[in-house]
Design a binder for this molecule. Structure first.
Ligand SMILES: Cc1cc2nc3c(=O)[nH]c(=O)nc-3n(C[C@H](O)[C@H](O)[C@H](O)COP(=O)(O)OP(=O)(O)OC[C@H]3O[C@@H](n4cnc5c(N)ncnc54)[C@H](O)[C@@H]3O)c2cc1C
Length: 402
């Protein structure tokens, strides 16, 4: 028995020539356009507009989105490659590109044909930008606790609420917004939440403060205020009152991208540490000649490759439509983000004093990695998901963990 999977076949990571060609094309985009701007992004806290334009020309916004909805096709593996390669140099730019998945995935999974045509197509083509507004001052992990309201009035809803930490909100044309359409039912706290597509230029939508968070300089999140926003009923995504399922299912898919972002961070930090250890001399020899440094690098590589395998395994299962991708994507997100944190901290230490200088381009990996352990479900929440899924899917036990 290969607990909790049935066969060793289930551990396959399926990558092919097309994936490798894609990785190479992203790598050359990164080397040509992103690498020369990486330090500037950190220092100015701004992503140059031409990078978004180049990403559009290459069709990067359409990766993972079916061709019939304006995308480039390709699945979770392709998206993971994109995320890993961009994050290796600029995790902030990676999330600026990938955040549109938090808008397109719920519509592709639960939306109507009209919603897919009207909203997914322009986003996939890079003509419009999109964000995902769920978190509120009261509640992030506790999605069922959100307090924004959506009141049905004839053929539309009136939404009121305040969302915080919304990535890409400033640039977005469209938003996925969660709000309560009804109070929860007894023993069903999650019931009564609904998901809507909101256009940012509709009356009542305001972009508030920018949060001065520790990392992802250039793509810091904003507050979104919804003040009597009139939303047509046809912009409801999925069944009314069942939006909790829409949101949780979305994160099942999108957190593979966060695992891949963490793998890219770990890869970038590892490469910088290895190069520095080879070239920096101390006590008359390269510092890689000291066991204390060499052993750190060995441990970093071990963890990096383990994180990469878990991530591409989760992506492979998701592409095969194997439901066990849910538990695997939580394993990958949790492990890879914590590995990224450890590797980037070690990479700084290997650099000594210059490691904490922004100019070296290594310290931001630690600041960025910290955020990956928090967003799209903190790692504590991932651990709950892992145990819940394990018991539910493999033992038929429904566990209430608090
Ligand atoms: C840079 C950044 C970008 C973000 N982008 C977006 C975005 O685009 N859209 C969006 O909607 N949100 C976004 N978020 C919000 C993010 O998803 C939340 O911050 C996250 O889910 C945690 O929620 P919280 O901050 O309310 O923390 P809380 O839920 O209050 O958690 C606080 C602590 O308690 C722990 N905890 C809470 N509940 C449990 C439990 N049941 N069991 C064990 N531990 C628990 C948590 O793990 C955490 O350590 C972003 C956040 C950041 C920092």
């Amino acid at each position: 028995m290969v607990f909790p999977f049935q066969s060793v076949e289930d551990f396959k990571v399926e990558l092919n020539e097309e994936h490798e060609l894609f990785r190479k094309s992203i790598r050359s985009f990164v080397e040509k356009y992103l690498e020369p701007k990486a330090i500037e992004i950190e220092k100015t806290d701004k992503i140059p507009e031409e990078l978004f334009e180049e990403a559009k020309k290459l069709g990067l916004y359409g990766i993972g989105i079916p061709e019939e909805y304006g995308g480039q096709g390709g699945g979770h593996v392709m998206e993971a490659i994109l995320m890993e390669e961009l994050s290796r140099v600029s995790p902030a730019f990676a999330v600026a590109v990938a955040v549109r998945g938090l808008f397109t995935v719920p519509i592709l999974l639960f939306g109507t044909e009209e919603q897919k045509k009207k909203y997914v197509v322009p986003v996939a083509m890079g003509e419009k930008f999109a964000a995902h507004a769920n978190t509120e001052p009261c509640c992030g992990s506790d999605v069922a606790g959100i307090e924004s309201t959506a009141k049905r009035v004839n053929d539309h809803y009136i939404i009121n609420g305040r969302k915080i930490f919304i990535t890409g909100a400033e640039k977005a044309d469209y938003l996925i917004v969660t709000a309560r359409t009804n109070p929860p039912k007894e023993n069903k706290r999650w019931w009564g939440i609904s998901v809507f597509i909101v256009e940012k230029d509709w009356p009542g939508v305001k972009i508030g403060q920018k949060f001065d968070v520790v990392g992802l300089r250039g793509e810091r999140p904003n507050e979104v205020i919804l003040d009597d926003v009139k939303v047509p009923a046809e912009n409801l995504v999925g069944p009314e009152n069942e939006g909790f399922k829409v949101i949780v299912s979305t994160y099942d898919h999108t957190r593979i991208g966060i695992a891949a972002q963490a793998v890219g961070i770990a890869q970038g930090a590892f490469e910088k540490a290895l190069n520095y250890a080879l070239q920096r001399q101390a006590f008359g020899r390269p510092i890689i000649g000291f066991e204390a440094v060499a052993f750190k690098l060995a441990d970093m590589l071990m963890e990096l490759e383990a994180a990469r395998l878990l991530t591409y395994w989760a992506a492979t299962l998701a592409d095969k439509g194997d439901k066990r991708f849910i538990i695997t994507s939580s394993l990958a997100k949790t492990f890879a983000t914590e590995v990224a944190e450890r590797i980037s901290a070690l990479a700084i230490k290997i650099h000594g004093g210059v490691g904490v200088d922004v100019e070296t381009g290594v310290e931001h990996f630690l600041r960025d990695a910290l955020i990956t352990t928090i967003y799209e479900g903190t790692n504590d929440i991932q651990r709950l998901t892992i145990i819940r899924q394990l018991l539910r899917d493999f033992f038929g036990v429904k566990l209430v963990l608090t």
